[in-house]
Design a protein around this ligand. Structure first.
Ligand code: SAH
Ligand code: F3S
Length: 454
């Protein structure tokens, strides 16, 4: 009898992800789809790969230029082995569509955030036609219906509950690249959470570009908002901790503030992008709130959660931003005491309304403003962390510390990394850890053990 033919080695995919958590989530779904449909495995070694995917971002800077220079380099990679394929997904793909394949010879697949589930078909198509396969449409919620069962890696997981954004802030490209808001039906979200919990997940982060605009259809036809979803999920046994990102201040309503009061499982942390403290600039951005509105919401939240960690996004140097406007941003930072932030220099995005405004703020001024924002928020962040020293935090142990010093690592309810000595079997559990000191980007702690009284 002859030997059975050797099983061909599985094809391998290498993914480079740019940008936000939604992109990270989408990249993990690309792996799931390719694995389920074609047996692909992910590799961290590009030379080992048969397929390279760039999951791109166009929110800031000349991101599309970076993608094109990566694509230039991929030409040699592709030529080195027959059958290799290159795909571009994400927001640059969505924005540029066919132009990418026209400009970069190496590209075989172009797909948007809403069509990543069609990757296997696009691969077949390009192999059959020997031409680039392109699909950057927004086919409603089809994507979620067509994704394979979620696969948990570790004890924390993301669940995307809505896609896109309909706020059209004047500086932002997201509504054009990811499409208008569309929410997943409640039952789909619950089924995904159930599947993840069954695989040992203990912490879920609900994801959406504008997550607190969630409006999921329920079985009886009525609509579930984010606050109701949180109340429903809070009752899931096995789910130890719940978080969501990213919120829009205009949708951060009483119901969500009440949820922080009523649901202990809800993380002691909120990311609430404010962008600017100047009412004039906020209006030009079409954000739909004033500095006073924002601070009033924070004050109510802190009434229930005095120690909550509050982080934000800030843009400096929006067109026409004066010193006075900028001082309003600094005043807001003082009042809100953000302990972390992503802050950016405004970058005009082609196709957005603000891109047509006269800039007028010199580059050095923008840079100096950015540095002031970052320095002040770093001080608040350090003060916040110092305030945790001596306190006992419930920490979900995610595994060994990356420092490789035999310690364990996990996150506090306020989403700070903490390292501590402990037995590896604690991974995946919640343990009480006393914070002993603050390091530059993390906390150091010690596990509290119960006295063996009995
Ligand atoms: N709701 C989204 C926001 C997407 S963009 C989210 O969940 O992340 C993320 C941040 O990038 C925004 O909050 C804003 O601070 C910043 N940003 C967006 N467009 C920008 C631009 N044109 N220039 C500079 N920063 C920008
Ligand atoms: Fe962008 Fe504003 Fe939506 S920042 S993602 S348009 S809420």
């Amino acid at each position: 009898m002859s030997e059975p033919p050797a099983k061909p080695a599985p094809a391998k995919v290498f993914i480079k992800t740019f940008g936000c958590q939604m992109n990270e989530y989408d990249s993990s779904k690309m792996v799931d789809v390719l694995k389920a449909a074609r047996g692909y495995e992910q590799t961290a070694d590009i030379d080992d790969a048969d397929l390279v995917l760039l999951n791109t971002c166009s929110v800031r800077e000349k991101a599309s230029e970076k993608v094109f220079s990566d694509l230039g380099r991929l030409k040699a990679w592709k030529a080195a082995k027959p059958g290799r394929l290159v795909g571009v997904g994400g927001c640059v793909a969505s924005q540029e569509g066919e132009a990418i394949a026209k400009r970069a010879m190496a590209v075989d697949l172009v797909f948007g955030p809403q069509t990543l589930h069609r990757l296997p078909e696009l691969i077949d198509q390009t192999r059959a036609t020997q031409r680039p396969a392109i699909d950057v449409r927004f086919p409603e919620i089809e994507k979620f219906d067509r994704l394979p069962e979620p696969r948990a890696e570790g004890v924390t997981a993301f669940v995307s509950i809505m896609e896109g954004c309909s706020k059209y802030c004047t500086f932002c490209i997201v509504p054009y690249t990811r499409g208008e808001e569309i929410s997943r039906p409640l039952d789909d979200v619950l089924a995904e959470v159930d599947a993840l919990l069954a695989q040992g997940v203990r912490e879920i982060t609900l994801l959406g570009q504008n997550v607190n605009a969630y409006a999921g259809r329920m079985a009886d036809g009525s609509i579930c908002d984010l606050a109701l979803l949180l109340h429903i999920l809070a009752r899931f046994e096995g789910l130890g901790r719940l978080r969501y990102t990213t919120s829009h201040p205009a949708h951060f309503n009483e119901g969500l503030i009440d949820a922080f009061a009523a649901i202990p499982k809800l993380d002691n942390q909120l990311h609430l992008p404010v962008q600017s403290g100047s009412d004039r600039i906020l209006a030009m951005m079409k954000r739909g709130y004033t500095q006073a509105d924002y601070l009033a919401k924070i004050a109510r939240l802190r009434h229930y959660r005095p120690q909550i960690s509050l982080s934000t996004d800030i843009i400096v140097g929006f067109p026409s931003e004066t010193d006075e406007d900028f001082e309003q941003t600094m005043a807001l930072i003082e009042a809100a005491r953000f302990d972390a932030a992503y802050s950016f220099i405004y970058s005009p995005r082609p196709g957005t309304p603000a891109a047509n405004l006269r800039d007028g703020v010199p580059a050095e001024v923008k840079q100096a403003r950015l540095e002031r924002v970052q320095a002040r928020i770093r001080e608040f962040g350090d003060q916040y962390a110092d305030g945790l020293i001596g306190s006992v935090q419930s920490v979900l142990v995610t595994g060994p510390s990356r420092k490789g010093n035999g310690q364990l690592t996990g996150k506090t309810p306020c989403n700070r990394s903490i390292n501590f000595a402990g037995a590896e079997r604690l991974a995946g559990q919640f343990v009480d850890v006393r914070v002993t000191s603050r390091l530059t980007n993390s906390l150091q702690g010690e596990v509290l053990t119960l006295d063996p009284v009995l």
